[in-house]
Design a protein around this ligand. Structure first.
Ligand code: IMP
Ligand code: MG
Length: 170
């Protein structure tokens, strides 16, 4: 496997992303982050520590990929959030936006809960793979169409614990 983004590069980017996000919201207002399991949990863990104490969080779980590197195009809700989203500033925190199908589904169901605002933060984006035009306000890194693992991202449930992002060679 080849390292695409080192642990240091990722940390530096997340620090500035955390500051950028906070600067976009009125100072006294809470920001509620909704992490997408499982892939988004490592990004979530570092992002919240790059932000101040006005952050609260929750998790949601969906399945899209069936142990392969191709998207099935089908999204299933496995675990819902446990908090009310009505009237809150909500940010979806996801590992990667690929076809955009997962995020479109998530944005639709969370928007229906009447949050005060709804935005999305993704560590990675593969724009060349997009099937639906989905809005992502905060992107850590834009990458080529390569299947990547590490830093939360898996291949058949492996490699989530790598501290960096690597490319899987066929
Ligand atoms: P989308 O619905 O096609 O945008 O896919 C989003 C989901 O597919 C992500 O949340 C990941 O779980 C998974 N995914 C997409 N690309 C990759 C990759 O390169 N490595 C690992 N997982 C990926
Ligand atoms: Mg994911």
């Amino acid at each position: 496997m080849t390292v695409l983004l080192s642990a240091e590069e990722i940390q530096a980017r997340i620090l500035s992303l955390g500051k950028e996000i906070e600067a976009d919201y009125p100072a006294a207002e809470e920001i509620h982050l909704v992490g997408v399991l499982k892939g988004g949990f490592v990004f979530m863990a570092d992002l919240i520590r790059a932000m101040s104490t006005r952050v609260t969080l929750d998790f949601i779980a969906v399945s899209s990929y069936q142990q392969s590197t191709r998207s099935s195009g089908e999204v299933r809700l496995l675990k819902d959030v446990e908090t009310r989203l009505e009237g809150r500033h909500v940010i979806i925190v996801e590992d990667i936006v690929d076809t955009g199908l997962t995020l479109t589904y998530l944005q639709d169901i969370l928007r229906a809960r009447s949050p005060r605002s709804l935005r999305t933060a993704c560590l990675l984006s593969k724009p060349s793979r997009r099937v639906v035009d989905v809005k992502v306000e905060y992107v850590g890194f834009t990458i080529e169409d390569r299947f990547v693992v590490g830093y939360g991202l898996d291949y058949a449930e492996k490699y989530r614990n790598l501290p960096h992002i690597a490319v899987v060679e066929a």
